[in-house]
Design a protein around this ligand. Structure first.
Ligand SMILES: NC(=O)c1ccc[n+]([C@@H]2O[C@H](COP(=O)([O-])OP(=O)(O)OC[C@H]3O[C@@H](n4cnc5c(N)ncnc54)[C@H](O)[C@@H]3O)[C@@H](O)[C@H]2O)c1
Ligand SMILES: [Zn+2]
Length: 337
């Protein structure tokens, strides 16, 4: 078992990584109170049941699996359930699932009675390496991703690697794309693990811990994303655009990020990235309509004016952030994809 500490003054918390942890969740979380548990229909039921088994009094709510549950409607329905359950200011909410459940439950906890305690039990690779820490919570609205949300740090995070046993391979690969992203900007050694090692359970464990340590350091320096935290968006400008373009065609987030990294890495490094993407069974070529996807960059509702911050990697393990015009970015993508 490994504990990674997120140091954020009074908002500090432990991220505990190990196996078989769920049934002793009360060792890590204060569950001697009312516990509102949120999971989704695709997450094996036993995981939320294990957390409920550790709680003094709990209510488990299961939302439909998929991004559609990160909605204002679901958020409203769950708020009503929290009120009916009699959840007070001193009670807590626990997310058991991937980034969808984590982002939704985190936002419920951030806003219910102006903020209650939140614990995260991530069960997908993406949520274990990335989304479960750092305090970003949100739901989607009006077709815009994560447009309504809050910064609300969890009080504790339990990363039980055993939950990955039930996760489909494709979800594992998609989640690893986020760890790969972090290695490219911040950790050449982790990149060499992707490049040279066979991804056994032990190597995966090492990778999850390395990714959590990278993200933790970044968040500790810049909790609210006014500077360095932007590096976690490496590969996401084009990635989000492809995700928006492909929405109804079943691309996973990490797969879009994989493609999104291709034009923002130095051309000389591209073949090494492509080799790792192949090894992870991630896409290396975008076969959809690139021009149509690029429109989501040039018409981004969340973008301040026509300039965007783009993270570029010239050398593995380092980065630079450049403010460039959206048209200039589109040009870069056309040249390098
Ligand atoms: N808050 C952040 O910092 C942050 C960072 C990155 C991504 N995100 C968000 O995360 C979301 C994506 O998260 P995700 O990739 O985890 O997707 P997800 O939560 O939709 O989970 C993927 C699928 O796996 C299923 N599942 C979950 N755990 C399982 C398990 N152990 N075994 C079998 N099936 C399981 C789910 O039911 C779902 O169908 C997006 O909404 C994205 O915006 C947030
Ligand atoms: Zn991402």
């Amino acid at each position: 078992m490994t504990t990674v500490k997120m140091n954020l003054g009074e908002r500090s918390y432990d991220i505990t990584v190990g196996r078989g942890l769920l049934s002793s969740a009360d060792k890590y979380f204060n569950l001697k109170r009312r516990v509102f548990i949120v999971t989704d229909s695709g997450v094996p039921k036993e995981y939320a049941q294990a957390i409920a088994g550790c709680a003094e009094e709990s209510l488990t709510v299961t939302v439909p699996e998929g991004e559609g549950s990160k909605s204002i409607e679901t958020y409203g329905e769950l708020l009503k359930k929290m009120i009916d359950f009699g959840l007070t200011r001193t009670d807590c909410a626990v997310a058991v699932g991937g980034g969808v459940v984590g982002d939704l439950t985190g936002f419920l906890a951030a806003s219910y009675m102006r903020g209650i305690d939140f614990y995260n039990v991530p069960t997908t690779m993406l949520s274990q390496v990335d989304s479960s820490i750092g305090g970003k919570t949100a739901v989607n609205c009006g077709g815009v991703k994560n447009i309504v949300g809050a910064f609300h740090q969890p009080k504790g995070v339990l990363v039980d690697l055993d939950t990955l046993k039930t996760l489909p391979e494709r979800q594992i690969s998609s989640g690893l794309a986020e760890a790969l992203k972090m290695s490219l900007t911040s950790d050449a050694e982790l990149f060499s693990v992707f490049e040279n090692e066979v991804l056994t359970d032990e190597v995966i464990e090492k990778t999850v811990i390395s990714a959590l340590k990278i993200k933790k350091s970044v968040v500790e320096c810049d909790e609210r994303e006014s500077g360095i935290r932007k590096i976690l968006n490496f590969g996401h400008t084009l990635g989000h655009a492809i995700e928006a373009e492909e929405e109804m065609r079943g691309f996973y987030h990490g797969e879009c990020v994989a493609l999104g990294m291709l034009p923002v890495i130095a051309p000389a490094l591209k073949s090494r990235l492509v080799a790792v993407l192949r090894k992870l069974a991630l896409p290396t070529e975008y076969k959809g309509d690139l021009e149509s996807a690029l429109k989501f960059v040039t018409h981004d509702k969340k973008c301040d004016g026509t300039k965007i911050s783009v993270v570029l990697v010239d050398e593995i393990g380092s980065y630079r952030i450049e403010k460039i015009g959206t048209n200039e970015f589109a040009e870069l993508v056309r040249e390098r994809m």
